[in-house]
Design a binder for this molecule. Structure first.
Ligand code: HPA
Length: 259
């Protein structure tokens, strides 16, 4: 059974048993992680924005997180994120498992600064994991919507009403500030990456205003449902027999980083 990486909000480590803390040094940074198990699978957890919520979305040390997972031999990671909804039929509290991504952030962060390497990103989220989770949510009667399109913005500001109107017409379903670069760097390191999103609000222009307070309030209300979902998703991901489609870039990664 494979070890699974998890990147999400603080407090998630409470659902694991036998939790131990550890750290990984990346230059001047020390990345602290929690390691525990759930449903027979071992999980390495990092709170995306730091244990004291110190990293705004554009300052998250994603590269260090990905190198840390790789150095631990973790080849599959589940991300958990709050998103705004671009669809009137997708209200706050909804759970979404995206299969596609539009990069409106233009972050440009990459693991390949010193070598030319163009990663295939046709299916940005591990298609096998998306399919597995879609099938299992249907089987369990869990209300989680698969195969949606995530639009990634730069942040930390929320979007304008005109931006959301454009992004909706461009085919986006939900909007967030973290999937780029997180899912990009995961793929560049040859890691299978699955994203689970919780809708915390209607996006700009679809409600009077978007506030941080609402995002936190809705996320904390959805916490129990998310934890219930992770209790079966993480073992499913750990047990999955995955093909090499997402791991092809690992060869280039190894050449550059030797890990
Ligand atoms: N926009 C971008 N990121 C978000 C939003 C939003 O409306 N809600 C939660 N994360």
């Amino acid at each position: 059974m494979a070890v699974v990486g998890l990147v999400g909000g603080t407090g998630l480590e409470k659902i694991f048993s036998g939790v131990e803390e550890g750290s990984y040094r990346a230059g001047d940074l020390e990345i602290r992680f929690a390691r525990g198990s759930i449903g027979g699978v071992e999980v390495v957890f990092i709170p995306r924005h730091g244990w004291s919520h110190e990293y705004p979305p554009h300052r998250v040390p994603y590269e260090a997180y990905i190198h840390m997972f790789r150095s631990m031999g973790v080849d599959r990671v589940v991300g958990l994120s709050a998103v705004g909804s671009l669809r009137p039929d997708l209200g706050p509290g909804s759970i979404v498992v995206p299969s596609q991504l539009i990069d409106y952030s233009l972050h440009g962060r990459t693991l390949y600064d010193s070598r030319v390497y163009h990663v295939d990103f046709t299916r940005p989220y591990c298609p096998q994991l998306v399919e597995l989770v879609a099938r299992e949510t249907a089987r369990r009667g869990v209300d989680a919507k698969p195969y949606y399109t995530y639009v990634s913005t730069y942040g930390p500001r929320f979007e304008t009403a005109a931006e959301i109107s454009m992004l909706r017409r461009a085919g986006g379903d939900v909007v967030g500030m973290t999937s780029v670069p997180e899912s990009v760097l995961a793929r560049e390191a040859g890691i299978h990456y699955l994203l689970i999103c919780v809708v915390s609000n209607y996006a700009a222009g679809m409600q009077e205003r978007v506030t941080e307070e609402e995002v936190y309030r809705v996320m904390s209300r959805a916490r129990e449902r998310i934890e219930d979902m992770l209790r079966w998703v993480l073992p499913l991901v750990g047990e999955a027999d995955l093909s090499d489609s997402c791991t092809l870039p690992y060869e280039a990664y190894r050449e550059v980083y030797g890990v």
